[in-house]
Design a protein around this ligand. Structure first.
Ligand SMILES: NC(=O)c1ccc[n+]([C@@H]2O[C@H](COP(=O)([O-])OP(=O)(O)OC[C@H]3O[C@@H](n4cnc5c(N)ncnc54)[C@H](OP(=O)(O)O)[C@@H]3O)[C@@H](O)[C@H]2O)c1
Length: 243
């Protein structure tokens, strides 16, 4: 058995593929999400924890408990997140807060909770899934992009803060990845396989990052599909394409 890692968003898409890949490579995974029933993971080395990361108030207590129950945790792969796109006035205040809490605040809480233990260990990893929206703002993406810019600033600052410890910080910024992320959106990457990144590609990138020689840190990785295509679909009228 290698290390025990927390993977948020382990029930779908990037987090699910990453969990499968890491289990196959002999890691032990504590998965966090709200619903693991859609694609159950059958492994003795997988511990599912049901938690709503957008519900910020009870989160510190839940995270303290996880930390107490599993002092062996030596890494975080933070994948949980959601997309919502549209002009600012189409968002309710609640929708704005939800996106900020889930995509940004929950990651700061999770990190704060585990960091003191991590700093005492020789070798730990914190890998955040950012986005190409962390690199440039785009039409309809004001809140989503802001959450990912915030996460990027957090990751960069934390990297400096941890630079005298064994804690490695990495930010991965994908373009469009073929996952259920687009199920509620009115756009996606289109059907051709050059139009999207596979979740398994991100999982492989995460494995490579974890298995890099401990003395080297991969600070940030940007990935994009070979062909950049946006396909519009009319299912969610209030959830617009950023392009
Ligand atoms: N797909 C893309 O094109 C793309 C591109 C760039 C960046 N990203 C980022 O990649 C990350 C993963 O997205 P994905 O593409 O894998 O999407 P996905 O398939 O929809 O997966 C999202 C994951 O987040 C979890 N999640 C959502 N709301 C949650 C909540 N309130 N509490 C706890 N967990 C919650 C979901 O689990 P439950 O529903 O079970 O709670 C699920 O496991 C996100 O941060 C997204 O912003 C995606």
């Amino acid at each position: 058995m290698k290390r025990t890692l927390v993977v948020t968003g382990a029930s779908s898409g990037i987090g699910l593929e990453t969990t499968k890949k890491l289990l196959k490579n002999n890691y032990r995974i504590i998965g966090i999400a709200r619903d693991f029933s859609r694609q159950p993971i059958d492994s003795d080395n997988f511990i599912p924890i049901t938690l709503d990361l957008a519900d910020i108030s009870p989160l510190p207590q839940a995270l303290t408990q996880i930390n107490r129950d599993h002092p062996e945790i030596s890494g975080i792969i933070a994948c949980a997140g959601k997309g919502r796109f549209g002009s600012l006035e189409t968002f309710s205040y609640e929708q704005m807060k939800y996106l900020i809490d889930l995509n940004f605040i929950s990651n700061t809480y999770l990190t704060k909770s585990l960091l003191p233990t991590f700093k005492k260990k020789d070798h730990t990893d914190i890998i955040f899934i950012g986005s190409e929206a962390a690199l440039a703002g785009g039409k309809w993406g004001a809140i989503y992009s802001a959450t990912k810019f915030a996460l990027r600033g957090f990751a960069q600052s934390l990297r400096q803060e941890c630079a005298k410890s064994g804690v490695r910080i990495t930010l991965i910024n994908p373009g469009m990845v073929r996952t259920p992320f687009f199920d509620d959106l009115e756009f996606n990457h289109g059907a051709e396989e050059e139009n999207y990144i596979e979740a398994s590609d991100i999982a492989q990138t995460i494995l490579n990052t974890l298995e890099m020689r401990p003395g080297t840190v991969i600070d940030e990785i940007n990935l994009s599909p070979l062909k950049k295509v946006i396909t519009h679909q009319s299912k969610a009228k209030d959830n617009h394409s950023p392009h």
